[in-house]
Design a protein around this ligand. Structure first.
Ligand SMILES: Cc1cc2nc3c(=O)[nH]c(=O)nc-3n(C[C@H](O)[C@H](O)[C@H](O)COP(=O)(O)OP(=O)(O)OC[C@H]3O[C@@H](n4cnc5c(N)ncnc54)[C@H](O)[C@@H]3O)c2cc1C
Length: 386
């Protein structure tokens, strides 16, 4: 894929990460998944090379870049067949929120460790009874002296088993209005009352999803991220990078599947010419490539807006990028599997499991329909039905 709208540094970063990804590749990830392990070697090496903390401030050991750079890292690892899902959460959401809003102590404690990969942080907002309606979350934080007590449930939270802590979105009572306002808390993995249960997902991924119970989890005052009254702002500061990074994840996966299909279509010959000579095979692959390129363009726009400090503009663009990338990924994977005929479903080629994996980008972190709702209401000014 040719790249536009990128500096020479971006192009060099892309090439360097692609080289790292190629050294590990799909085979590495497949072995890790089969062993029920985690891609620790790749995670550490990417961190050591400065890729995981590329968006974090230099004074805390990061690269001083932004989501534009971090999304390049995730996309290229994905395109090599070995994406690191926790990048969406640990440096992108948690790192961003702490860097922008954390206290001096929180920054010191977490940012160098998130940047050098020695610690990771998961992110938990989704709840069983709220789902897409995050206004309905009921995880509640109440004061007990200077401590906070957290009670609630979360679902589908990725990587809680390997993360040193989870950034939990809860609600605390506003002393002035009595209304509940969102607040973010850093909950250590082994905090008493913080229980997790792995969800049986039909996904071939190294990162697992968990249902969480917070049963009167007692946290010190320092567990609250930043300012109690700025929770909503902080939350959105983290959600836009999450959407941009999910777009990168989806584009990387789509590119990986497509490259496997293209190689196959160039070689597989059942009539006179390779199957790639048939337009019924070639055109859908070309369309998939175009869709991925377009999605990347939107992702670059969203990252550019976000990194320039335009949170409102980035919100719309990040939603559109996530939508476009999710759809492009699903189509690219579907067409790639089809291109391989029966081999599309074999373990040897390993593409069929991407059919399920690609659907994640359509559902999480915000579903296709909720983005269409957002664009209908916010961008087009159409009335709301819910
Ligand atoms: C692999 C995976 C990893 C995840 N990791 C995390 C994580 O680390 N942290 C975290 O907090 N969450 C995580 N999630 C959760 C994810 O963000 C949610 O699944 C997602 O927000 C959708 O919520 P839901 O599953 O409850 O679906 P629901 O909200 O129940 O929606 C079900 C369907 O109804 C549609 N729908 C709902 N409301 C409307 C409406 N108003 N109009 C039109 N259609 C509507 C949706 O689009 C969807 O198709 C993960 C999910 C998956 C699958």
């Amino acid at each position: 894929m040719t790249t536009v709208l990128e500096t020479d540094e971006h192009k060099a970063l892309r090439a360097a990460v692609a080289a790292l990804g190629t050294r590990y590749g799909r085979e590495y990830l497949t072995k890790v998944i089969a062993a029920g392990a985690h891609p620790d070697e790749l995670w550490s090496e990417a961190a050591k090379l400065g890729y995981l903390g590329v968006n974090l401030p230099e004074e805390y050991g990061g690269g001083g870049g932004g989501i534009a750079e971090l999304s390049i890292v995730l996309e290229e690892l994905g395109a090599a067949g070995c994406p690191l899902l926790m990048m969406v959460v640990s440096p992108a959401i948690c790192g961003t929120v702490i860097a922008r809003f954390g206290t001096a102590d929180q920054k010191q404690e977490w940012l160098p460790a998130l940047a050098d990969g020695t610690r990771t942080m998961a992110f938990g907002i989704t709840e069983p009874d709220a789902g897409s309606n995050s206004h309905r979350i009921t995880t509640t934080a109440r004061r007990d002296g200077t401590d906070w007590i957290l009670t609630g449930r979360k679902v589908f939270i990725s990587g809680v088993d390997i993360a040193d802590a989870t950034l939990i979105v809860g609600r605390a009572e506003d002393a002035r209005t009595g209304k509940l306002k969102p607040c973010l808390f850093i909950v250590p993995r082994d905090a008493p009352g913080f229980e997790r249960r792995q969800i049986d997902m039909e996904l071939h991924g190294a990162e697992k999803q968990f249902e969480l119970t917070l049963d009167d989890v007692r946290l010190p005052a320092e567990a609250l991220v930043g300012d109690e009254d700025a929770g909503l702002l902080q939350l959105f500061a983290g959600l836009n990078p999450e959407r941009i990074m999910t777009a990168a994840f989806a584009i990387g996966m789509g590119r990986y599947a497509l490259s496997r299909a293209i190689t196959y279509a160039r070689e597989r010959t059942v009539w006179r010419d390779p199957i790639g000579a048939h337009q019924a095979i070639a055109h859908p692959l070309a369309q998939a490539h175009i869709d991925l390129e377009l999605a990347r363009l939107m992702m670059q726009k969203a990252a550019f807006l976000y990194d320039s400090g335009d949170d409102a503009g980035a919100g719309e663009a990040a939603n559109m990028a996530k939508y476009a990338a999710g759809e492009a990924c699903v189509k690219a994977v579907d067409q790639s599997v089809h291109t391989l005929g029966g081999n599309g479903l074999t373990g040897e080629f390993g593409l069929a499991s991407l059919i399920t994996a690609s659907r994640v980008a359509r559902i999480a972190p915000v579903s296709r329909e909720m983005i269409l709702n957002y664009v209908s209401h916010q961008t087009l000014g159409l009335p709301k039905s819910y």
